[in-house]
Design a binder for this molecule. Structure first.
Ligand SMILES: Cc1cc2nc3c(=O)[nH]c(=O)nc-3n(C[C@H](O)[C@H](O)[C@H](O)COP(=O)(O)O)c2cc1C
Length: 376
């Protein structure tokens, strides 16, 4: 009965979003809409009444979706990926929308004003977003200062990357920059549940890369030198070969990293899921959404087959519905993250996916989502 009512509620919201809100919102500049939504979302989060209203319209809870992973409790496996709530303004609102966890950032040691516009664009036919922000952020001090005193209802993680500046010209400087950001995060005592180390942003000025086993080893040895107080996840690229990824995983396992996230944006403009006419509208940037899905799934599967049980996998890329999320879970992901699906489908997609997952679990006779992990 409860699920039928939620299903009817979601269908109504989906219709309003698809036929009224989205056609209006998609007329305006994507970055302007994103910034406006952050402001609205932050306002909603400030009052108990607006939080309760959001929860009434969007939330959905079911015990078969609950898991304990890395000693953290997740009410459901669906998280907001890094890049939507850069400054942690939505930490009160996202649990009411129905997310089981969220990542703030990516934040860097020093602030960065963002790459030259357009930094965000829509590719509706490709079901993708053009992203060229390049870690636009306030810097770690300012960001964390704004979060002092906050308590989080769901696990909230902090994504850290290298400062986007050409002045960090070599590997040592880049590593020091990242290590310093981790030190600041550890000192602030904000109740983050985990860290993400983003080594895979394709929109940076620096020529330093951490993809080779040697470079990654140097980075991880420095970051983990002083034991971190929270689990560490590495945000992985999706444009590397299987062999390269396996070499990276070998290093990652050596340093006791809790998990990996597959993965970041699609760099390949020739990817068959991208509409060439839409791609031609943008000279710089990389792509989210459906163009990331296939390779994300392949790498989840590869990692589960080779390192399953030794490392936690978070699946990210192209999740628009419950089938997409379930596929990642059955390939080996314990948790799933998204951004683009929410922008194209509307905020009710979170409870839609969770509701759909419950149905899929029942169909496969699983009592809890954890039983489905890696079953394909
Ligand atoms: C607007 C936008 C900004 C992003 N910024 C970041 C970022 O700062 N750090 C990061 O690790 N990933 C970032 N990403 C990548 C997403 O976290 C995610 O890996 C990718 O979009 C694939 O997921 P999706 O298809 O559900 O959007 C960004 C994505 C989008 C759409």
């Amino acid at each position: 009965m409860k699920d039928t009512l939620i299903s009817v509620r979601n269908r109504a919201l989906r219709t309003v979003y698809k036929w009224i809100l989205k056609p209006i919102l998609f007329q305006f500049d994507a970055e302007l809409i994103h910034d406006s939504f952050i402001k609205i979302g932050q306002t909603i989060g400030k009052s108990v009444i607006t939080r309760k209203i959001s929860s009434f319209f969007c939330n959905y809870k079911e015990s078969s979706l609950e898991q304990n992973i890395a000693s953290l409790n997740f009410v459901n496996p669906l998280g907001l990926a890094a890049g939507f709530d850069y400054e942690g303004r939505l930490t009160e609102t996202m649990p009411e929308i129905g997310f089981g966890f969220e990542t703030i950032g990516t934040i860097t040691n020093y602030p960065y004003g963002g790459n030259i516009k357009p930094r965000l664009g829509r590719l509706p036919k490709s079901r993708s977003l053009l992203v060229n922000k390049g870690f636009k952020n306030l810097g770690i001090h300012k960001t964390l200062e704004n979060l002092v005193g906050k308590k989080f209802k769901i696990p909230v993680g902090l994504s850290i990357g290298v400062t986007n500046t050409s002045s960090l010209s070599n590997q040592k400087e880049a590593i020091l920059d990242i290590v310093n950001a981790f030190k600041v995060a550890e000192n602030y005592k904000i109740p983050f549940s985990y860290y993400e180390l983003n080594i895979s942003c394709p929109n940076l000025q620096t020529s330093v890369e951490f993809y080779s086993a040697t470079n990654l080893e140097e980075l991880l040895s420095a970051v983990t030198k002083n034991k971190l107080s929270k689990p560490l996840f590495i945000k992985m690229p999706i444009d590397k070969t299987d062999t390269e990824v396996l070499e990276m995983l070998e290093v990652i396992l050596k340093y006791g990293v809790t998990g990996v996230i597959f993965g970041n944006l699609q760099k390949n403009k020739q990817d068959p899921t991208l509409d060439p006419k839409e791609v031609a509208l943008f000279s710089k940037g990389n792509f989210s959404g459906k163009p990331t899905e296939k390779r994300s799934n392949e790498l989840i599967s590869l990692t589960y087959k080779t390192c399953g049980g030794k490392i936690i996998i978070i699946g990210c890329g192209g999740v628009f519905n419950a089938d997409d999320a379930y596929k990642k879970i059955k390939l080996g992901a314990s948790l799933v993250q998204l951004i683009t699906g929410m922008i194209f489908e509307g905020p009710q997609v979170i409870s839609d996916i969770n509701l759909g997952l419950v149905k899929l679990l029942k169909k496969d006779s699983y009592k809890n989502i954890s039983e489905a992990i890696g079953k394909d």
